[in-house]
Design a protein around this ligand. Structure first.
Ligand SMILES: Cc1cc2nc3c(=O)[nH]c(=O)nc-3n(C[C@H](O)[C@H](O)[C@H](O)COP(=O)(O)O)c2cc1C
Length: 356
């Protein structure tokens, strides 16, 4: 079945989609996916993982950015993901940057984007999440939050707080995005003092929710080790529950590319840089806080490498565009094979085992 889906995607769907401008292809794909019914998949027990008070049937999820507005929630579980990260959601609607703002680099299995958080805004997205939650309480959903582009720095913490107050009860976990390269000034919120300020406001807002979903901070893969150590210490002191490592990169020459289009690079060239970030975060936080590893996962070996470097869960976006829906099954199948052949008893046992 996996082989058939893979061949149909490679030989038929991908060539058709790649003829379209990337954002049009994205919209068409989401519209198809939104028609899929919710089918619960059973996963091998070996892939199950419990983090915070959350049970996942498998550790492979959808990365933020693909379903920014919760349009195809059922599809993510039907396709076999263990969870989906929805967003980035901003408080108010905003159009994002001028087009063109997304490009494919097929020869490198990469994408460059400078979308700049196009968002319908939290009030438009909320009813979709609420009705889905009522019908499918089992799907694990992370909500990824970001500030509006025109929010002045003094009010950025309020933007995150508003998002938590309005949508936090619908999230299994919350991701604070301070690492998108396409919103001016956003990455400056990764500075240790700034992280402390944000987390204080965020925890205050979360205190008003009936349930307290874990809060993760999503970091950029362009940080050096010294910065990661300081950021992790400040975030841990501020009560963070985990990290997403990481976002797309501004690097070009360092990852073997000469492309000068501005924006975040994702996909295969990002893999080693993302893994280095996962390792740095794992070591800086002493393995105490769960990490979602994301960046350049194109197959099971890539996912396993991120897990061994420190990730307890993994996510992908660009791999899905190049490899299609069969990739999720292939990753789960491959992970099982790698675990069994190496004698691993759980994902938790493997997480960080190459970074200790
Ligand atoms: C077109 C596009 C849009 C994205 N939008 C977001 C976003 O809104 N918020 C976010 O945190 N990350 C966003 N990302 C980053 C991804 O979540 C992920 O961190 C990055 O692409 C690396 O993973 P990948 O190599 O599997 O794509 C986006 C990535 C792409 C390619």
């Amino acid at each position: 079945m996996v082989a058939v889906t893979e061949i149909v995607y490679r030989k038929v769907l991908r060539p058709l989609l790649f003829r379209l401008e990337p954002e049009t292809a994205h919209r068409v794909t989401l519209a198809w996916l939104a028609m899929l019914p919710a089918i619960t998949r059973t996963d091998d027990q070996l892939l199950a993982i419990r983090l915070w008070d959350l049970d996942l049937t498998n550790p492979a999820g959808l990365a933020a950015g693909l379903d920014k507005e919760a349009r195809a929630l059922a599809a993510w579980r039907t396709l076999g993901f263990g969870f989906a990260e929805i967003g980035t959601i901003t408080p108010m609607p905003q159009p994002g940057n001028e087009r063109p703002r997304m490009w494919r680099l097929p020869e490198r299995r990469a994408l460059i984007n400078r979308l700049g958080f196009p968002s319908a805004g939290m009030l438009a997205i909320s009813p979709r999440l609420e009705s889905f939650r009522r019908r499918n309480p089992g799907l694990r959903i992370g909500l990824n939050f970001g500030p509006n582009k025109n929010t002045p720095p003094a009010r950025v913490a309020d933007d995150y707080a508003q998002l938590i107050l309005r949508l936090g009860h619908l999230a299994d976990f919350i991701v604070i995005n301070v690492s998108s390269p396409n919103t001016p000034g956003l990455r400056e919120w990764q500075a240790p003092a700034a992280i402390g300020t944000l987390l204080a406001a965020i925890n205050l807002a979360r205190g008003n929710l009936p349930r307290h979903p874990p809060v993760l901070v999503k970091l950029a893969p362009d940080l050096d080790q010294e910065a990661v150590v300081k950021i992790c210490a400040a975030a841990e002191a501020g009560g963070v529950d985990g990290f997403v490592a990481g976002n797309s990169t501004l690097a070009r020459a360092e990852v073997g590319l000469t492309d000068d289009r501005q924006g975040g690079l994702s996909g295969e060239p990002l893999r080693e840089r993302a893994r280095a970030l996962i390792r740095m975060v794992y070591q800086a936080s002493g393995g105490r806080l769960p990490i979602i590893g994301v960046g350049g996962i194109m197959n099971a070996v890539d996912a396993w490498g991120h897990i061994r470097a420190g990730a307890s869960m993994v996510e992908l976006y660009t791999g899905f565009i190049y490899e299609g829906p069969a990739l999720i099954g292939a990753i789960k199948h491959g992970l099982l094979h790698l675990m069994k052949s190496g004698g691993w008893r759980s994902i938790s046992e493997a997480a960080g085992s190459a970074s200790r």
